[in-house]
Design a protein around this ligand. Structure first.
Ligand SMILES: Nc1nc2c(ncn2[C@@H]2O[C@H](COP(=O)(O)OP(=O)(O)OP(=O)(O)O)[C@@H](O)[C@H]2O)c(=O)[nH]1
Ligand SMILES: [Mg+2]
Ligand SMILES: [Zn+2]
Length: 359
């Protein structure tokens, strides 16, 4: 853990990144607090003196989404300790496109170390959806851990097969298979949510995010909900994002289930998730190949040879289309070109490569 002038805050995730922002008068330890939950006019905060509620300044509410406080933020309070005056710059910030208005972003969580991407091993299991979540984790430089729940409800073969499919997405990926109801398997998550570290749980409704919070804490900190029999989906039991402290000193944020996850601008994240496809694309006949029926396409050849699953290529193309906001062909071409150039640079092939056709 980082040593700072505010020892009690280190347990809440405080480190030198935040301390370095306090250049002028150094506030008292009691004036530095972390946001646990945000409601329409008030927020809950925690600090060296415990947890309490304060009002959100009106002018903060009318600002841009990024200028508003979100769960996980560090705030400085005025001398009265009642009024927040500043949001410290975020070390990490995870956003998504707002479901109601895809032109604006919605803040999911600030200052995280770990993103637990939760999926159940039954009907919810979907590799393309996991690739979306992974793109976010890579974009924002937060360590992803894929947590596959409900191991007790499926056969061991099915659980092993699903875990192997997830590991095949990226050989460095952390994948943990659990029965979220009991600590024996869930304890494997502790290394990613140690004292002073912050983790967030994301995934569809009903996959067991709140159940994991309760099992990790050994208490009923948050409500969990039954699943609909008709389609095994959850009922959106958790309604707001909340940061909890675990008995081991780790911090974990429970998040309402996402109905759909629309990616924010996320080109870098996508190029990490789909690095293998981009790399292969350097060998396509056309420099601007979209891997969609063009002649001499190295990616489609790899699909035919069973090296890359068709699903994965389709998901890559779909997510680039989404990035380009609404099927703008020129925009898509630019994204493909930027990602290829970056891969080209990484591979050190900027000179002496084969001359490719341009359309
Ligand atoms: N058998 C079994 N049931 C589980 C497991 N994980 C979660 N459940 C059950 O699934 C239901 C939904 O769990 P929650 O923890 O409420 O799901 P959630 O992801 O928080 O859902 P939202 O808050 O709606 O987003 C509850 O009835 C849990 O008991 C598991 O690993 N095994
Ligand atoms: Mg929940
Ligand atoms: Zn191609």
């Amino acid at each position: 853990m980082t040593s700072t002038a505010y020892p009690h805050l280190a347990d809440l995730g405080w480190n030198s990144f935040f301390e370095d922002q306090l250049t002028e008068d150094r506030p008292a330890e009691s004036s530095i607090v972390r946001v646990c939950s945000v409601h329409s006019m008030v927020m809950f905060i925690m600090g060296s003196e415990g947890k309490r509620q304060i009002a959100i300044p009106g002018n903060w509410l009318s600002g841009e989404p990024e200028d508003r406080p979100t769960v996980g933020d560090w705030l400085i309070l005025d001398e009265t300790g009642e009024w927040p005056v500043r949001i410290l710059s975020r070390q990490t910030l995870v956003t998504r496109r707002a479901p109601s208005d895809i032109t604006s972003v919605q803040l999911v969580a600030a200052n995280l170390d770990t993103l637990f991407i939760v999926s159940s091993l039954n009907e919810d299991f979907n590799l393309s959806r996991l690739e979306r979540y992974l793109a976010i984790a890579y974009e924002y430089d937060v360590t992803p851990v894929v947590v596959l729940t409900k191991r007790d409800l499926v056969t061991a073969e099915h659980a092993d097969d699903c875990a192997a499919q997830v590991r095949a997405l990226n050989s460095n990926l952390n994948v943990v298979v659990v029965n979220a109801l009991t600590i024996d398997t869930v304890s494997a998550l502790f290394p990613w949510v140690e004292r002073g570290r912050t983790a967030t749980l994301v995934g569809s409704s009903g996959v067991g995010k709140s159940t994991l919070v309760n099992t990790l804490s050994g208490e009923e900190l948050t409500l969990t909900g039954a699943i609909r029999d008709s389609d095994s989906k959850g009922r959106h039991t958790t309604s707001s994002r909340t940061l909890y402290t675990l008995p081991n000193g780790g911090l974990i944020m429970d998040v309402p289930g996402f109905r759909e996850l629309r990616l924010p601008p996320c080109e870098h994240g996508l190029s990490k998730v789909f690095g293998d496809i981009i790399e292969l694309g350097l060998r396509c006949g056309f420099a601007d190949c979209k891997h969609d029926g063009e002649p001499d396409c190295a990616v489609e050849e790899a699909v035919e040879q069973g090296i890359i699953p068709q699903r994965r290529v389709e998901n890559y193309r779909k997510l680039v289309r989404e990035q380009a906001a609404q099927d703008d062909e020129k925009q898509q071409a630019k994204i493909y070109a930027r990602q290829r150039r970056a891969a080209d640079r990484m591979a050190g092939r900027s000179t002496g490569k084969k001359q490719r056709r341009r359309r």
